[in-house]
Write a new protein. Structure first.
Length: 265
């Protein structure tokens, strides 16, 4: 593939990821990771590191897109600071742990786990499986453990963690606005720590392609960031036009196809 075609493909991926994020209300990592795996395959990146490179690059893009989202929620006062600070140590430790787990898994196993995770999310969306809002007051240890689980799974699969953080905060008594805003803030340290750790884990790997630093591919990073943010606004506009149920089922179908592709590969 030529450099121009590759860059255009990355720009298109960013546009698609941004649109989907705005349309379905999820982080772009669920879209970015599988498409990057496909794109890296076309570029003949060794299969042993394709999944790791895709996850690391996805986390790096979330640092930028997540910062934009978190800043917006901060300005609107929708971040519950005490809960964010209580989750923060676990998020960071979990993110480091998640990357080390990924680094000790083969690309095939990591891809299979990603597929299973995506299929579980699809089932959750179809059947509406989510904890009921509550008013429990979690202690510091519970928040530490919750942050660790969210951070580890998010870093392992290259996502922002909103699918797990929002339900947990809802159980803690947060309003939906607080849950979404605080979740956006939580995604930033997960992505930053995860991306840095992926760079360290992949540093000097002889299989890395040109323009990669550790397990982060910079051309993909810059192109995705350039287009994902503006196209997220397009997705938001579309979300206000289409039926919420139709949106949920369409995204669940997309996740099912992606999940099966990884599980059956």
């Amino acid at each position: 593939m030529s450099v121009l075609v590759t860059l255009l493909g990355y720009l298109g991926l960013g546009a698609a990821a941004g649109t989907m994020a705005g349309l379905f209300g999820v982080g772009g990592g669920l879209i970015i990771v599988p498409v990057l795996v496909f794109a890296f395959g076309l570029q003949n990146v060794p299969s042993e590191i394709t999944m790791h490179l895709a996850v690391g690059t996805s986390l790096a893009t979330i640092v930028v897109t997540g910062a934009s989202s978190a800043l917006g929620h901060f300005r609107k006062g929708s971040i519950h600071r005490p809960w964010f600070l209580a989750l923060l140590p676990g998020l960071m430790l979990g993110a480091i742990g998640g990357v080390f787990i990924a680094g000790n898994l083969s690309g095939t196993v990591l891809g299979t786990l990603f597929g299973i995770f995506v299929l579980l999310l699809a089932a959750k969306m179809v059947f509406g499986l989510s904890p009921r809002p509550g008013a429990m007051v979690p202690g510091k240890f519970a928040m530490l453990v919750a942050g660790g689980v969210v951070g580890a799974i998010s870093a392992l699969f290259g996502i922002g963690g909103g699918a797990m953080t929002v339900p947990w905060l809802s159980r803690c008594g947060a309003t939906m606005t607080q849950a979404v805003g605080t979740s956006a803030a939580c995604g930033l340290p997960i992505a930053a720590v995860g991306a840095i750790t992926f760079i360290i884990m992949g540093w000097g790997n002889p299989l890395l392609p040109a323009w990669a630093t550790g397990f982060v591919m910079w051309p993909a990073f810059f192109a995705i960031v350039l287009t994902s943010v503006p196209f997220a606004r397009v997705g938001v506009r579309l979300a206000h036009v289409l039926s919420a149920r139709v949106l949920r089922l369409c995204f669940a179908l997309l996740l099912t196809v992606v999940g099966l592709r990884f599980v059956l590969a």
